[in-house]
Design a protein around this ligand. Structure first.
Ligand SMILES: O=C(O)CCC(=O)C(=O)O
Length: 352
């Protein structure tokens, strides 16, 4: 493909033609995106065409569109910048928060040296052990199953957002001021909780499963977002370390800007070596990651892995957001935070 494009754009006249064509595409996608942002501002609904334009523009501008939108959101709703914040990982001064942000800017991820309190981690694991989960790949006759390490039937078990959020330990982490302060500082604006999810990964199929995000890809559900990964089991070389290509949240080599799944060979070829960092860590480790960088979960060779994840975004423009019901499973403190107009409010709806 790259050779064909080179031949097609080989002569000076053809080069001008190719440049004009690319420019036209960027302008065309920008117009769709601008229209979509307007529709979203009026109705809270993202037109599918506008969302597709955002994804194409992420590739064609090498992330430039996301940086521009990030600045615009930041001007509208600047981050809070508290002098300090205290949460499950302890007390963080603004300086310490900025150090986390620095790592995120350079590498695209940061491993916290502080661990999740055992009490919270164990409560999440206990919740995940009893919840029915959606299976990938789908298993005939069982749309859902509870994870059973002695009878593994799928590569991934995804617990529903609603049921994950109803776990009290999950609520503690959603309310945590440190994660919110880090997200705001990195994204450069007031962020909103956008996703709460928990899934088991297993060694059932050792081949890279595209559906289970085990091939290189970038995430682009929203214009600007940050994820927190909470490791609830030991993540070793055997049990599916995350692979990150550091720096690709800022720039990607031209050959890797394509949307969709990329093979290991394509990624290594673009760098002339394996550029990935393989993130292994014991249970209760927390990692912040900008997954607009190229990343994947390495297929497990044995055992299983459980991850709890929170995502914060500057806007819910993008893929349809799953709104959660603020039912009686939520603590009074959590309900109050939602109703008082916090970073949680956009994600939750009162029961009908
Ligand atoms: O390690 C995995 O299961 C994949 C995670 C991933 O790609 C993501 O959360 O964006």
């Amino acid at each position: 493909m790259a050779l064909l494009a080179h031949l097609a754009c080989g002569t000076p006249r053809a080069t001008i033609f190719c440049t004009m064509k690319r420019l036209f595409r960027v302008l065309h996608d920008s117009a769709w995106l601008g229209w979509g942002l307007l529709v979203y501002a009026c109705s809270g609904r993202t037109p599918a065409r506008a969302y597709r334009a955002l994804r194409r523009l992420h590739s064609s501008t090498d992330g430039g569109i996301n940086r521009v939108l990030g600045r615009v959101y930041g001007w509208g709703r600047p981050p809070m910048r508290p002098a300090q914040a205290t949460g499950a990982l302890g007390l963080f001064t603004q300086l310490e928060i900025q150090q986390v942000v620095e790592d995120l800017r350079t590498d695209g991820y940061h491993m916290f040296s502080e661990s999740l309190p055992r009490r919270l981690g164990e409560a999440l694991v206990a919740h995940a052990r009893k919840e029915p989960a959606e299976l990938t790949p789908a298993v005939d006759g069982s749309p859902q199953a509870v994870f059973d390490e002695d009878d593994v039937i799928a590569t991934r078990y995804l617990i529903s957002e609603q049921r994950t959020a109803e776990c009290e330990a999950a609520q503690t982490l959603m309310l945590d001021p440190v994660f919110q302060a880090v997200a705001d500082a990195y994204l450069g604006g007031r962020s909103t909780l956008d996703l709460v999810t928990m899934w088991w990964s297993t060694a059932l199929d050792a081949g890279a499963a595209s559906e289970a995000a085990q091939m290189y890809h970038f995430d682009m559900d929203r214009p600007r977002f940050l994820k927190f990964f909470f490791y609830l089991t030991d993540v070793t070389e055997e049990t599916g370390p995350h692979c990150y290509v550091p720096g690709t949240q800022n720039h990607k080599p031209a050959a890797l800007r394509r949307d969709g799944r990329l093979t290991d060979a394509e990624v290594s070829e673009a760098y002339g070596r394996d550029p990935a960092t393989y993130v292994t860590a014991p249970a209760w480790t927390v990692m912040a990651g900008d997954t607009s960088a190229l990343h994947k979960g390495l297929p497990l060779r044995s055992g299983y892995r459980l991850i709890f994840q929170l995502e914060f975004a500057l806007s819910l423009f993008g893929t349809p957001c799953t709104y959660l019901e603020l039912n009686e499973a939520f603590t009074p403190a959590f309900r109050e935070a939602v109703t008082q107009g916090s970073h949680l409010s956009a994600k939750f709806r009162s029961p009908r």
